[in-house]
Design a protein around this ligand. Structure first.
Ligand SMILES: [Zn+2]
Ligand SMILES: [Zn+2]
Ligand SMILES: [Zn+2]
Length: 172
C-alpha cells in the first residue's frame, strides 16, 4: 500500500455494510489514516510516529486488539517499548475519536467514521472476533431521554452486540 500516492485524494466515505463483507481492507486503512491526519491537523494536535504506528496496528484488521497484543507487535520493532507507551498512545487516539474501546473484549478497534460525529453500536462476531461499528444514534437518544425521565443524568452508553458476521455464516 502506498499512502503518499493517495494522500491528496478526498477522504472516501465508507459504508459499514461494505466493511462487513469481503472487501479491500487497504481502503479502510487508508481512510482511517487520512482521517487521522486531517483530524489532528484540524485540532492542532500531533499524530506522532508512535501514535500513528499504534493506529496502523489497530487498523491492520477489523479484529479488536488488546493493549498487550499491541505491545508485543511494537516490541518487534522497538524492543524497549513499554506498556505505558502503548497506553499513552491509546488514550490519545481515544480522546481524538480515532479508536474505540470494545469494553467487553478489553480491546480496541479503529474508527472508520472518525471524521463524523457519531454514536455507534459495536457488532462483535463470536467466531472471527471482528468488530464493526454501526450507527446507533436512535438508541442513544431514546435511552438518554428515558434515563432523564427518571431524573438521571446520562453521560455515556456502551452498546455491544454479540453474534456471527456475514462471512462466518457463509463459511458455516
Ligand atoms: Zn476493512
Ligand atoms: Zn466510530
Ligand atoms: Zn465473523
Amino acid at each position: 500500500m502506498n499512502l503518499t500516492m493517495t494522500r491528496k485524494t478526498p477522504i472516501k466515505l465508507l459504508d459499514s455494510n461494505d466493511m462487513m463483507h469481503r472487501h479491500n481492507h487497504d481502503d479502510c486503512m487508508e481512510h482511517a489514516l487520512q482521517a487521522a491526519e486531517s483530524i489532528c491537523a484540524g485540532q492542532n494536535i500531533r499524530l506522532t510516529p508512535i501514535r500513528k504506528r499504534i493506529l496502523e496496528l489497530i487498523c491492520a484488521s477489523h479484529q479488536a486488539i488488546g493493549a498487550y497484543q499491541l505491545l508485543d507487535q511494537l516490541k518487534l520493532e522497538d524492543s524497549k517499548a513499554k506498556p505505558a507507551t502503548v497506553y499513552r498512545a491509546l488514550d490519545f487516539l481515544m480522546d481524538a475519536g480515532l479508536v474505540h474501546k470494545v469494553e467487553s473484549l478489553n480491546a480496541y478497534i479503529g474508527c472508520l467514521t472518525a471524521d463524523k460525529d457519531h454514536h455507534s453500536a459495536i457488532l462483535i462476531c463470536k467466531s472471527c472476533n471482528n468488530a464493526f461499528e454501526i450507527d446507533a444514534e436512535v438508541c442513544y437518544s431514546d435511552l438518554f431521554e428515558k434515563s432523564r425521565s427518571f431524573g438521571f443524568t446520562p453521560h455515556e452508553l456502551t452498546l455491544e452486540l454479540r453474534g456471527v458476521c456475514v462471512d462466518c455464516q457463509a463459511k458455516a
